[in-house]
Design a protein around this ligand. Sequence first.
Ligand SMILES: Cc1ncc(COP(=O)(O)O)c(C=O)c1O
Length: 368
Amino acid sequence: MSDIWSYANPQLKDLVAYEPGKPIDEVARELGLEPGEIVKLASNENPLGPSPKAVEAMRAALEHAEIYPDGGGYRLRQAIAAKFGMEMGNVVLGNGSNEIIEFVGHAFLKPGDEVITAQHAFVVYKLMATLFGATTVEVADPGFKHDLEAMAAAVTPRTREIFIANPNNPTGTLCGQEEIDRFMAKVPDHVIVIFDEAYYEFLDEPLDTLKYVREGRNVVVMRTFSKIQGLAGLRIGYGLAPKHLAEVLQKTRQPFNANALAQAGALAGLGDDEHIERTKAVNREGRDYLQRTFGELGLDYIPSHANFVLVKTGDGDDLFQYALRRGVILRAMRSYQLPEWTRVSVGTMVQNEKFVRVLRDWLGGRVA
Ligand SMILES: Cc1ncc(COP(=O)(O)O)c(C=O)c1O
């Protein structure tokens, strides 16, 4: 039999599949636990679940599951545009915001192009760059924070995209407005800047990158319903871009990439400010508790602007396995070249306290 790689796209050979948080059902199956006993703090999900309004809207939409979704996403795109004082033509829906990363790749990348990211940025940017045969230029991020000046300095004639994850996953770090403005003043037109704002709604202070969309710069701002909206299972996110750029992205989309339940749930969730405020409050309390506890335990951690914390536990793989057996799913960071670190999502206080008990026991066992 001939070698499949003699005719498959060669760049795929180096492509490593994305390693998601371990699913609750899988852990239950493997360890003989009840799914209800397991706490998942591995994928930065909303521990309160979706807005009750979103659930109600999805139930109603379920009754009409025989009908294809609105391929143009009219109602949801209108609502998103209205929320930001934009027009529907500025909004592109994605099957999760991850799909927007792929759209930008389809639209702008070809083999030999360069994509600039921070060294510890969300890994999907690199996976997508590889998929399209582009080279990822990873710029050092001292203190785990994007160095925007160095990223702007890394631009060459071959650069097509720069990703700014703000706040970044897995580090939780944030670039401020002034840094962003200085950076944007330097970036040339042939480079598409993608601000990935998956955790934007958790920020305490506003940050404005949408002004660059309004100014017509070659910018895509990505947001998602997976995090604060608690709709990760639906796969729905969006990009905001100037019309000339959004039109290009629309051409890369499958006809019904945003499903009908997702559109209905997202639309209802968008209008539920109360749920968002409640989620923010739970997150603030839980994040403070986790960070305080890490401090008391003498563990280094990166102060977070999002709904998770990166903490230097030592041997993240071992802690991951230990916690798993105790029914807590964490995220080891070896795939980010951070084997000594663990990322933990902020849960409810009951979940956070369970995690801390497990962490203390693990640390105790290591000292003994
Ligand atoms: C920084 C960042 N961007 C994008 C995503 C993708 O989210 P989704 O595809 O669920 O919208 C995630 C998910 O963890 C993320 O952390």
